[in-house]
Design a protein around this ligand. Structure first.
Ligand code: PLP
Length: 373
């Protein structure tokens, strides 16, 4: 059985070392020493000044929306994980979908301005598969219309733009450290901002609004994370470079194996520092996707339709997004994780090519039959 992803687990002894410390201190959660250490190490690793470790990537998004006091309409992408939309709705705002760029999977800035109304308060865009949004253009539009910008950077750990962490863009960026993500703490997430005041506000929001034991600074929520989760992150960090290097190798290997497959790959040539976190392929039709997925399923290989259905097709939604619709029905993410072997990748490629060749043979046959009749 080949899953679509497998969480990286550090050597058990590494994690045990952190557990010993937790047992000695008897300090399990509430801004403990391991949470602080993880925040510090992440700042060093990413080269950012301000981040908060929170309970998950969805909570990170909701805290970001709350911290910016967003109301009314939020312009967002239809091509993302459902949490991007659900966070907007849970914070009482309305998602307004703007289509994605053809040939790229991120929000199309040329279509943002026509979606702005007097009710618009922000843009919430996703660096989907770790592919950076057009951040400069989005920033220009946001400035011009006095809008806030949040990036859902759940896939973008380790990605850089112009030498800076992608988390430095937007008023706030959020990340997920869920077990399925490239860097994980089992469950977990982060909020990032360059604005120290905003960071302070989010730190209150993360902890019920507590300002000391008996005083409150606004009303917050429980967005804290535990020492056990932080320990997993700390135990994984030393392996991160090798995880990323391996991903790149596997990514390139897939691409070479699949040269003859009639699909579109993600366009990552222009990204200066990418994390190779997902391997999406866009088939020529949903029919071939379904046939391919079925053959892989039958052979114990799990692929996922990330991201299908398009978020604009869910309830409480508006917005016509033909480009996203056309991609979300035809895209499939192939298995990708640190211990996926070359042989397994070759097997996956063979199955995909087999479906295509079978289809071609069949249509050639049908063509020949029509000619002969
Ligand atoms: C995983 C993910 C989230 C949610 O993160 P959790 O940590 O699972 O809550 C949000 N947005 C995107 C794009 C994701 O992939």
């Amino acid at each position: 059985m080949i899953p679509v992803t497998k969480p990286f687990l550090p050597p058990q002894a590494d994690y045990q070392g952190y557990l010993d410390g937790i047992w000695n201190r008897n300090w399990l959660t509430n801004n403990g020493p391991l949470v602080n250490e993880l925040e510090l190490r992440l700042k060093e690793y990413l080269g950012v000044n301000h981040l908060l470790y929170v309970s998950n990537g969805t909570m990170a998004l909701q805290i970001a929306i709350k911290a910016l006091d967003l109301k009314g309409e939020i312009i967002t992408t239809p091509f993302s994980y459902v949490a991007t939309t659900s966070s907007i709705v849970w914070e009482g705002c309305k998602p307004i979908y703007v289509d994605i760029i053809p040939g790229k999977f991120t929000i199309d800035p040329t279509k943002i301005e026509e979606a702005i109304t007097p009710e618009t308060s922000a843009i919430l865009a996703t660096h989907v598969y770790g592919i950076p949004c057009d951040v400069e253009e989005i920033e220009r539009i946001a400035k011009k219309h006095n809008l806030k910008v949040i990036y859902d950077a759940a896939h973008a750990f380790g990605v850089k733009i112009k030498g800076r962490s992608i988390f430095e863009y937007g008023d706030i960026s959020t990340c997920s450290f869920h077990a399925t993500k490239i860097f994980h703490t089992i469950e977990g997430g982060g909020v990032f901002t360059k604005d120290p005041e905003l960071l302070k506000k989010m730190s209150f929001l993360r902890n019920f609004g507590h300002d000391g034991f008996d005083k409150f600074n606004g009303l917050g929520i429980n967005g804290k994370n535990s020492e056990f989760h932080a320990a997993m992150g700390l135990a994984i960090l030393p392996y991160l470079e090798s995880i990323l290097a391996k991903r790149k190798e596997q990514f390139v290997f897939y691409k070479n194996l699949l040269q003859k497959l009639s699909v579109e790959f993600s366009n990552i040539e222009k990204i200066e520092s990418y994390n190779y976190s997902y391997f999406p392929i866009v088939f020529q039709s949903e029919g071939i996707l379904l046939k391919s997925k079925q053959l892989l399923d039958e052979n114990g290989i799990a692929c996922r339709r990330y991201f299908y259905p398009g978020l604009n097709t869910l309830d409480y939604t508006s917005g016509d997004c033909p480009v996203s619709d056309a991609i979300s029905t035809r895209v499939l993410c192939l298995p990708l994780y640190h211990i996926l072997s070359k042989e397994e990748q070759q097997m996956i490629a063979r199955f995909l090519l087999r479906v295509q060749n079978y289809n071609n043979d069949k249509s050639n046959l049908e063509l020949a039959e029509t000619r002969n009749s």
